[in-house]
Ligand binder design. Structure first.
Ligand SMILES: [Cu+2]
Length: 155
């Protein structure tokens, strides 16, 4: 009887311990970046970075900036059209990704404007960009994201 109780307790201990271990070892899964890409424009034209950001957590997040060793300056821009004219405005306040929401940075809309490339990029290159966010409690967090350089013909 004692033996059986001990065996059950041991099993429970292993299960609970294993659960704690796996939870503490989990990477942060509340923030997803899908399809990070940089469209390569011909010549010296500034480049734009696109991706989908998904906040699967229960706190709002704000993307406040991006940085990279490969670019002297990165701005968060929104493109819009009025009277047949396309224009870009800097999103100085950043972009809020509400809890549970998904936001597309895509051609014709939000994008990262990549300025002062430190060296030429080629199709297929992978470029690390750091996305800097704050949550609704003003906690800062940054993630490193590999962006793939794609031809301008792709969306
Ligand atoms: Cu722009």
């Amino acid at each position: 009887m004692m033996k059986k109780t001990f065996a059950v307790l041991l099993l429970l201990g292993l299960l609970v311990g294993g659960w704690f271990w796996s939870v503490s070892m989990q990477p942060d899964t509340t923030l997803h970046i899908d399809n990070p890409r940089i469209r390569l424009l011909p010549g010296e034209r500034p480049l734009a970075g696109y991706f989908t950001i998904h906040n699967a957590g229960d706190h709002d997040l704000r993307l406040v900036s991006a940085s990279s060793e490969r670019f002297g300056r990165i701005m968060i821009h929104a493109s819009s059209r009025s009277n047949g004219q396309s224009r870009m405005t800097e999103q100085a306040e950043g972009v809020v990704i509400a809890a549970g929401k998904r936001i597309d940075f895509a051609p014709g809309g939000l994008h990262l404007m990549l300025l002062q490339a430190q060296q030429p990029l080629a199709i297929g290159d992978e470029v690390m960009l750091q996305l800097n966010l704050v949550d609704s409690d003003a906690n800062a967090r940054s993630i490193e994201v590999p962006f793939t350089v794609i031809p301008v013909q792709l969306p």
